[in-house]
Design a protein around this ligand. Structure first.
Ligand code: HEC
Length: 124
């Protein structure tokens, strides 16, 4: 009886957990909020945009809250982050940073097509 109960309980936990896949949520937010525009689709950074993936979660959370709070000494580069951080709630920051800290390239993900058609885009 007890084992049956435990089994049912654990099933409940599994389905609860499956409902929010935090990593997936973070991944969705990452492109939905436009982070990839500056930090790259793999969080690999570019020029003055720092690498943000595979850094410790506590560090990423601290930085996101720093930008969101708009308090403290911030140079002009850092101010670029304010509009992208100020509307995030704690859950969103948690999902995003979970995703970034554990980031692994998904080899099955669709790739951008590097070939492009040159016709029909000039409007001439
Ligand atoms: C307009 C370009 C831009 C966009 C869009 C952007 N960022 Fe940034 N981000 C920056 C710049 C520039 C910095 C460096 C700021 C500094 O010097 O502190 C930065 C820094 C960071 C850092 C700190 C990295 C470190 O190692 O200190 C994190 C984390 C971060 N961004 C996450 C995000 C997330 C998550 C999003 C999407 C919600 C996002 N960024 C969108 C430009 C951008």
């Amino acid at each position: 009886m007890l084992t049956k109960l435990l089994f049912l309980l654990s099933l409940g936990f599994i389905s609860l957990y499956a409902e929010i896949d935090i990593y997936k949520e973070g991944e969705i937010l990452y492109s939905q909020k436009g982070c990839n525009g500056c930090h790259g689709i793999h969080g690999e950074g570019m020029h003055e945009y720092p690498v943000i993936m595979n850094k410790p979660k506590w560090y990423l959370v601290k930085k996101m809250k720093f930008y969101r709070g708009k308090k403290g000494v911030m140079n002009q580069t850092a101010q670029l982050m304010i509009p992208f951080a100020e509307n995030l709630n704690d859950d969103e920051i948690s999902y995003l940073t979970h995703f970034l800290s554990l980031y692994k390239e998904d080899l099955n993900a669709p790739r951008y097509d590097i070939e492009f058609e040159s016709w029909g885009d000039g409007g001439s």
